[in-house]
Design a binder for this molecule. Sequence first.
Ligand SMILES: [Zn+2]
Length: 249
Amino acid sequence: MALLAVLTLSATAVAVRARQSGVTAATIHPLTTAVGSAAGGWAPSFTDATGQPARWDPCVAIHYVLATAGAPASARADVNGALQRLTAASGLNFVDDGPTSELPRRERAAYDPRRWGKRWAPLLIAWAGAADTDVPLTGGREGVTMAVAVATATGGSIVTGEVVLNTDLPLPSGFGPGATAGEVLLHELGHAVGLGHVDDPDQIMYPMTNPGLAEYGAGDRAGLVAIGAPAGCHRAPTPRPLQVSEPIG
Ligand SMILES: [Zn+2]
């Protein structure tokens, strides 16, 4: 299959460690970024010591904010289209908390009560160029995702994240054939909900864009079922300050 080699989709996974005490070491399963095979056509972004994927709580809506500065006029429509596809495949529900002036950054606080109240920071979906952010957008990356996963006694919980689309490498709007903003959003949002890369070019989670329509493939869908509503509720830990490590991979 011909690949659009210059249109690399990349994700930066961020492992986190709780800073405060109150959780004993015995109840913490270390989270690692998943490596290796993509059994069943998909791979998780993070796994705990038992091999379970880190995931959001599908029984609670995922709040997101849109950083619209620098975004194309089609940004909101593309986000809506991507989230509709993601919800249809995963059962995860999303709530738009509106526009934000916040810029993406590597050390964004997962818990920022002065800005967001006493909750985990909402998922930030942003359009930015390399000059706007320290999130790594070099190397031809169309998009970067930094998901924050917290280790808990019942497995890894993804509690917030950042999806950044690179405005230095603009793409056509929509979900048509070839590289599109819609395809990059489906890929990066896949990372944000817990999917990692696979080596099958027919899947959206392949690390490069492909010539086909921007739709989740069978492997992507299997992964979205495994981390989505069919997997049951997965209560998030109490919001608290976190020390976020350097990006991995
Ligand atoms: Zn990726």
